[in-house]
Design a protein around this ligand. Structure first.
Ligand code: FE2
Ligand code: FE2
Length: 371
């Protein structure tokens, strides 16, 4: 099973030096730019305006009806039982566990809000009615998700001012095609993560240490549908899924998979508290994501090959060593951090160059959230 020791070792203590004790710390953590933290994006609005969904019109219209039906409109409300669980369960968290849970809430909030900002900006800057309507629906959903997470941060008196986050966070420019690959993947992996946690806690309700996990089932159906929207937009532009673009697809799949794996292994207590082994959980999430992605990507990473997991474990070890060297500081610390960064690039390249599986795309694009 896992090669990672889930107990709190010295390395892990060092990684927790970035503690959140106040609202200012929470916003600083959300704004902070690291390789692993969620980013905010901008893109080419004129290119977004030109997208023609007519090749997938029937499936598109069916999807838009689902958005219009808005079956989660009443879902993101906290009830009395939620407040009661927070009141009794949160004081039981150890200080280290509290930090990991806050890290989880802040990074989840940042990525939900990142979607909200991106979709809203696209909506405001285009006139294409199909895409504009879609962006409005997705921004609506992500704003609910971010708001719901923020309420749980407020229970700790650590609510984040989202207007401030929007103004101060750095924005990365991505061409539309990179937005499609990256956002499709993050919506689908988001679904896979939420549903895997939800199903696990369904079987082990005694491990559900916070009520928010009870909300994940209906929540992740929104993420699934957002992913479906990007699948349809990509299938409407087949050039994005063929030729040299397959190399970009491989790159984005690996970047998204590796980021999740390394980040999750930086907070082992969270998974331990839920009674999950981090590696087993992550591999399950990757399996589900790989299966879903067959609707749109002609290439698939061979995640079951032992060398794949070895490569990810190497990236985790390098990332820990890098963080420790940075924390140590000084010229020697900086040099060591550079050395680890170079080793990280090599380990990533090794994974990138591994053979991939190829597949023909299915005629019916949409798939169902059956996991
Ligand atoms: Fe979301
Ligand atoms: Fe989403």
């Amino acid at each position: 099973m896992s090669t990672h020791n889930p107990s709190l070792d010295q390395d892990h203590v060092a990684l927790l030096m970035d503690r959140v004790e106040s609202s200012a710390d929470a916003i600083a953590k959300a704004v902070k730019r690291t390789l692993l933290s969620p980013r905010f994006y901008t893109t080419d609005h004129a290119a977004m305006d030109r997208i023609d969904v007519s090749p997938v019109r029937a499936e598109w219209d069916a999807m838009m009806k689902e958005y219009e039906g808005d079956n989660n409109h009443d879902h993101f409300q906290r009830d009395a039982a939620f407040a009661e669980e927070v009141r009794t369960l949160m004081p039981q968290l150890s200080p280290e566990m509290r930090q990991e849970f806050l890290d989880f809430l802040i990074s989840s909030l940042t990525s939900e809000f990142s979607g909200c900002v991106l979709y809203n900006e696209i909506r405001k800057n285009i006139s294409n009615p199909d895409i504009k309507q879609l962006m409005a629906y997705m921004a609506r959903d992500e704003s609910r998700h971010a708001g719901f997470l923020n309420q749980s941060l407020k229970d700790f008196d650590l609510g984040i001012d989202l207007g401030n986050l929007k103004r101060t966070k750095h924005y990365t420019y991505f061409k539309p095609k990179y937005i499609f690959y990256a956002t499709y993947l993050s919506e689908k992996i988001g679904y896979a993560r939420y549903i895997t946690i939800f199903r696990h806690l369904e079987r082990h309700p005694d491990k559900r240490f916070h009520p928010i996990f009870r909300w994940f089932e209906r929540w992740c159906n929104d993420e699934f549908r957002h992913g479906e929207s990007f699948a349809l937009m990509m299938r409407a532009q087949p050039q994005l899924l063929s030729g040299l673009n397959k190399l970009w697809i491989r790159f984005f799949i690996l970047a998204v998979y590796a980021t999740m794996y390394v980040r999750d292994h930086g907070r082992p207590l969270l998974h331990e508290a839920m009674g999950m082994d981090t590696t087993t959980y992550d591999m399950q999430v990757l399996r589900v994501t790989n299966e879903i992605c067959r609707q749109v990507f002609p290439v698939e990473l061979d995640i079951e090959h032992p060398a794949f997991k070895q490569g990810l474990d190497r990236l985790c070890a390098i990332s820990q060593a890098h963080a420790l060297a940075k924390a140590r500081g000084g010229l020697w610390g900086k040099l060591q951090a550079l050395g680890h960064a170079a080793r990280g690039v090599l380990a990533f390249a090794g994974l990138y160059l591994r053979p991939v599986k190829t597949q023909a795309l299915p005629e019916k694009i949409r798939c169902e959230p059956v996991w």
